[in-house]
Design a protein. Structure first.
Length: 243
């Protein structure tokens, strides 16, 4: 009997590279362990660390920095591809933003139909940006998995075990942990940034047509969720309206 493995070829294709990467990370962790023991043992207790700060700056080895840089480059590439692939949509949003602002602010003549069309464009953009953000999140998860292999190899290499605050059973937060920056929670900002998608524009660019048009859209009464058009609260919510 012939077993059809076609449907499983994709997962099998990525299994071996993942194992190879894990093996490399763990081997590097064992190599770095002797030089890291003194640094680990000298760290203050985790309960004394301040929130929202990186408590491990002295533990950012070249290997850790390389993993972080790779994840950052990957996320930037995803963002660039999104903006390049949706450049026609972005141009339409810019043009429709001017039209909406002209009708509502200049002529004082609201046109719900035009605003509904604008809302549909914004909905398409946010869907595409949301897919891009999910892919970028996957990159960060993969990077953090690599860090987990690395640090596990570092800690288990200590003989006898380390007595410092970062033992194998008490690692509170991965040194060098990778997280997406705040701009990924506000992907609408990418629509009006000049000179590239990052850094983000200066705070409060209220004069930009896209910013004003989005504010007009968000101020409209919320419609039935089945309409598929972001209005009111749905547009203002950072989780539902910016991704």
């Amino acid at each position: 009997m012939r077993i059809d493995t076609g449907r499983f070829s994709s997962s099998a294709r990525y299994a071996w590279p993942g194992r190879t990467t894990a093996f490399h990370d763990r081997r590097q962790g064992r190599k770095d362990a002797p030089g890291l023991r003194a640094r680990l043992d000298s760290l203050p207790h985790p309960d004394t660390w301040e929130r929202d700060t990186d408590p491990y700056p002295q533990l950012l080895t070249p290997h850790v920095l390389g993993i972080r840089a790779s994840a950052s480059r990957g996320a930037d590439r995803l963002r660039s591809r999104l903006l390049h692939g949706e450049r026609a949509l972005c141009a339409r949003i810019h043009a429709e933003s001017v039209r909406v602002v002209t009708q509502y602010d200049v002529r004082q003549n609201p046109t719900p139909a035009a605003l509904a069309r604008y809302g549909e464009l914004i909905g398409v953009w946010r869907t595409s940006a949301g897919v891009c953000r999910v892919r970028a999140t996957v990159l960060t998860h993969e990077a953090n998995q690599r860090l987990a292999h690395y640090w596990d190899a570092v800690l288990v290499s200590f003989q006898p075990p380390s007595e410092g605050p970062l033992t194998a059973g008490h690692l509170r937060r991965l040194p060098g942990r990778v997280d997406l920056d705040e701009s990924w929670r506000r992907t609408d900002d990418w629509l009006w940034a000049d000179g590239g998608p990052w850094p983000a524009p200066a705070p409060g660019p209220s004069g930009h047509p896209v910013v004003r048009a989005l504010a007009i859209l968000a101020a409209q009464p919320r419609r039935d969720a089945g309409a598929g058009i972001p209005h009111g609260d749905a547009a203002a919510d950072p989780e539902r309206g910016h991704g």
